[in-house]
Design a protein around this ligand. Sequence first.
Ligand code: UT7
Length: 331
Amino acid sequence: MGKIRAGIVGVHGYVPDYVLTNRELETMVDTSDEWIRTRTGIEERRILKGSGKATSDMAMGAILPLLEKTGTDPDEIELTICGTVTPDTIFPDTANTINSKIGASNAWGFDINAACSGFLFSLSTGARFIESGRYKKILVVGADMMSSIIDYEDRTTCVIFGDGAGAVLLEPVEDGTGLIDEILKGDGKGREYLHMKAGGSLMPATAETVADKKHFVYQDGRPVFKAAIRGMVETVQQIMTRNGLSNATVDWLVPHQANQRIISAVAEGLDFPVEKVMQNIQKYGNTTAATIPLCLWEWEDKLKKEDNLLLTAFGGGFTWGTTYLKWSYDS
Ligand code: UT7
């Protein structure tokens, strides 16, 4: 019997039907398809439409097929962790809402607010519960309805973000696969560059905060761009060194999808072949906590048991890091 690790035993994603194209954005703000493609790599993104719809609905859209394909009864789920910055409500959390919507009546849950690193932080947290030996089935979800906090009159942010959700099922594995190592980081000084000004205890909602558009994402893109490349490259290099990995032995790099140019710069900085880098930003834009599980979902067919994966992210906080895992199944 080997060491108990947390293995991903299934993954599924959900994106809403509505496709917001660069052409449609051209009719909304002073931008162009050409600018968006060349500066971000994004061609279209998905938007959740319909009143009464929220982040938990997209999470449910990812989880129900995941439970189905892994043959899991909702009542077997013991814990759900949801990485999100767009919870259905400030409180209660979204994870327990998800549990009630999917019928996981024996589970408890909580949210993790780590912006674009939300899935990685949630995955590591879930792994600790599995490694303790006490938990056998944990859902880890990355879900964000970014359209609920985006100003569609601000061209510097509205072209980037999209809505989506991805979920994995964690179970104990003792075959040498699973989550092996991680380097996770945070630096609160970075909050200046990427945040939402109002709606929290610092600046509660008032008629003025709404009129002043303080409930939308604010981003000073350039410093975030530079810090993102540095943060992802450094933590990938550190984790490769301490686990004796080389570019030849890493099968897949799974970067947060914030900007095609950031992804390319990270791959270049690591001298890593682009064929082994998962990228779907062109279709979905930046879905914040959902980008990494959406990639895993779309690449699931290509993943083989014991493949070495490096998941890396950078986001608001600042939060960032890299997780090393060995894939646990052949699809
Ligand atoms: O996921 C969480 C972490 N977030 C990130 O990693 C995002 C990091 N930042 C970025 O990806 C990029 O900085 C952006 C995509 C946000 C912006 O790209 P950029 O190449 O850094 O552009 P910029 O902000 O330096 O702006 C260049 C010019 C400006 O015009 P001037 O001042 O040179 O006249 C902007 O006003 O591009 C203008 N601009 C636009 N033009 C057309 C900004 N947004 C747009 C737009 N369409 N949508």
